[in-house]
Design a protein around this ligand. Structure first.
Ligand SMILES: Nc1ncnc2c1ncn2[C@@H]1O[C@H](COP(=O)(O)OP(=O)(O)O)[C@@H](O)[C@H]1O
Ligand SMILES: [Mg+2]
Length: 579
């Protein structure tokens, strides 16, 4: 064995740089976080070649005092932590590692001043060696330039991806920090081209400021599909914008989560969000959220990893259930609201079909007898339209869709999907309150099953009884159903029982958890709801619309598909080229 030696400071810095600085976006993250901690109101970021050749971050923050400037580049040197506050960290930085790490693997230039009139200073740092301080007048603030990142660690350089990809990662990193700091103006340029320009909005409440920020970063269509929520439970405050369940995505790229304003990438938090949306989304779709969690500083540990992207909560289990509860409550407040994306998709399809339509021979509408028999809409109808968000049902088409007239347009409703959601919510509510209305079958239904299925059904008899499904063994290969929930009285009981058997097989012997309850309610709802292909009368259709309006989450069926689509008059007019 060789002799034991202490590593040189230079080597220590390089090793630590490997943990903190993985790629150009990690440099941007550390520098911008420093600018935020320095109370800047404007932060400009310039990069070249995906940050590989140059990254420059300028701010108008408090600046660095001349006497401290060299110290700032020493490892574990920080102005943000004292011996007493490791458990109460309110700044983004605290480990004093970023500047020393970046300096050890690049060539840096620093310009900084602590007032508009005091002389600024500038100096260079090459591979960790600090050059001479030179006078360099500038306004208050700091500019840090990082050139030739990883030039001294070529192995790292090799792992970098294309310019476009590295630029995208930098952009995403800035977006995250910009979302949690709507008071700060952010400008981002890549090869002199403006990529982000997001002004600060002053004198507004946080909700409005965040709205402006989201629109400036992601556009208004994204924003239109979000709903504001703000829940205070225990010592936590959960707030922000959560996406309508019909506005889902194939990955989690647009899930932004912040703990005490710090962007956090945490699998456990993502899973909790997924759990909150579980009833509305299939497992491979992701909701979109900009979600803030404020917690007492001493209840979260952010010192989990050098990149400070993860957190540990004192009581994660508790946090998880409170978070799920508050997101669900937020979603409930959206009621029947459905995503505008569906409307856009509709317009798109109609537009495409219209092109085909134009080339076909069209019947002249003026020749049609009904044309001038325009239906007189009574004042009463109009009043009703004004009062109800989903309007007044006008008629049914193909025994599947209802079209209703609203104050500003029309709504097309998928009768089965809509009714299914209503029945589902009713079943679940009644199940939870233990008061399902039941109906004894006049003629009990006998259902043939194989012996394994019989065992499973009989093992779950009490469980099914809670759903008011009363079954008994009839023979070795059949059961008899004596009672069902009133809501299901008209359904095909034998098909329903087959589905429930397969649910039970899937659930296995596991405990009766909420997921299972939802699953069974979902199967029951599917059987108990109005089928596509059934004729409905106007009263019945309107009753359905009114129920939708008062049922939580009725904008989508249990599988996350929309239950209705809305077209306002502006959109209809633009389809006809009137606008
Ligand atoms: N843009 C900046 N404006 C003012 N001070 C800065 C800036 N960047 C860095 N500093 C100072 O340099 C110190 C070291 O920065 P850093 O290595 O990132 O560690 P940390 O942020 O964890 O303290 C900071 O504590 C701060 O005092
Ligand atoms: Mg820092």
């Amino acid at each position: 064995m060789n002799e034991i030696k202490e590593l040189s400071q230079e080597l220590i810095n390089k090793i630590s740089a490997g943990e903190v600085i993985e790629r150009p976006s990690s440099v941007v993250k550390e520098l911008v976080e420093n600018s935020i901690d320095a109370k800047s109101s404007i932060i400009d970021i310039h990069i070249r070649n995906g940050g590989k050749t140059e990254i420059r971050v300028s701010d108008n923050g408090v600046g660095i005092n001349s006497k401290d400037v060299k110290l700032a580049f020493k490892r574990h040197a920080t102005s943000k932590l004292s011996d007493h506050n490791l458990l109460k960290i309110s700044t983004l930085g605290f480990r004093g590692e970023a500047l020393s790490s970046i300096a050890s693997i690049s060539r840096m230039k620093i310009y900084t001043s602590i007032s508009d009139i005091a002389d600024g200073k500038s100096f260079e740092v090459n591979s960790g060696l600090i050059g001479e301080l030179k006078p360099s007048p500038r306004k208050i603030g700091t500019t840090i330039e990082v050139n030739e990142l990883f030039y001294s660690t070529p192995a790292r350089l090799k792992f970098l991806k294309t310019e476009n990809y590295e630029t995208l990662l930098i952009k995403q990193c800035i977006q995250k920090l910009a979302l949690s700091n709507p008071d700060i103006e952010f400008n981002f340029y890549s090869n002199e081209k403006k990529i982000i320009s997001s002004l600060a909005s002053k004198n507004l409440n946080f909700n409005k400021k965040l709205e402006h920020r989201i629109v400036s970063l992601f556009g208004s269509e994204f924003f239109k599909n979000l709903i504001w929520f703000n829940e205070k439970i225990d010592c936590y405050n959960f707030f922000g914008f959560i996406g309508l369940p019909t506005f889902h995505h194939s990955n989690s790229a647009k899930q932004f989560t912040f703990v005490n304003k710090r962007p956090i990438h945490d699998r456990y938090l993502y899973n909790s969000i997924k759990a909150a949306y579980k009833d509305f989304l299939s497992y491979d779709r992701f909701p979109q959220v900009v979600l803030f969690i404020n917690s007492p500083l001493e209840d979260v540990d952010i010192n989990v990893h050098p990149t400070k992207n993860e957190v540990r909560f004192k009581n994660m289990q508790n946090l998880r259930s409170l978070l799920i509860r508050s997101i669900k409550k937020g979603l409930e407040s959206a009621g029947h609201k459905s995503s505008t994306i569906n409307t856009l998709k509709t317009l798109d399809t109609i537009n495409k079909n219209n092109l085909n339509f134009m080339t076909k021979k069209v019947d002249d509408p003026f020749l049609s007898n009904n044309y001038f028999n325009k239906e007189n809409s009574t004042n009463l109808t109009e009043e009703i339209c004004q009062d109800y968000p989903l309007g007044l049902a006008k008629s049914q088409f193909h025994e599947t869709y209802i079209i209703s007239q609203t104050k500003n347009g029309i709504v097309i409703i998928d009768q089965h999907a809509a009714h299914e959601r209503i029945v589902y919510e009713k079943l679940k509510k009644n199940y939870n309150q233990n008061n399902l209305e039941t109906q004894i079958l006049l003629i009990p239904e006998i259902i043939e099953v194989i012996s394994e299925e019989l065992d499973i059904l009989l093992n779950h008899r009490d469980f099914l009884a809670r759903y008011s499904l009363l079954i008994e063994k009839f023979s070795n290969e059949s059961i008899i159903v004596r009672e069902v929930p009133l809501i299901l009285i008209n359904c095909n009981i034998s098909l329903l029982m087959k589905d429930i058997i397969s649910d039970l097989i899937e659930i296995g012997d596991s405990q009766i958890l909420e997921t299972n309850i939802n699953k069974i309610c979902s199967s029951m709802a599917c059987h108990g709801s109005i089928r596509a292909g059934r004729q409905m009368y106007q009263d019945e259709m309107n009753k359905l619309l009114r129920e939708m309006e008062s049922t939580p989450y009725s904008g989508q069926c249990n599988h996350g598909r929309p239950t209705y689509i809305e077209l306002n008059l502006n959109q209809i007019e633009s389809l006809f080229g009137r606008k």
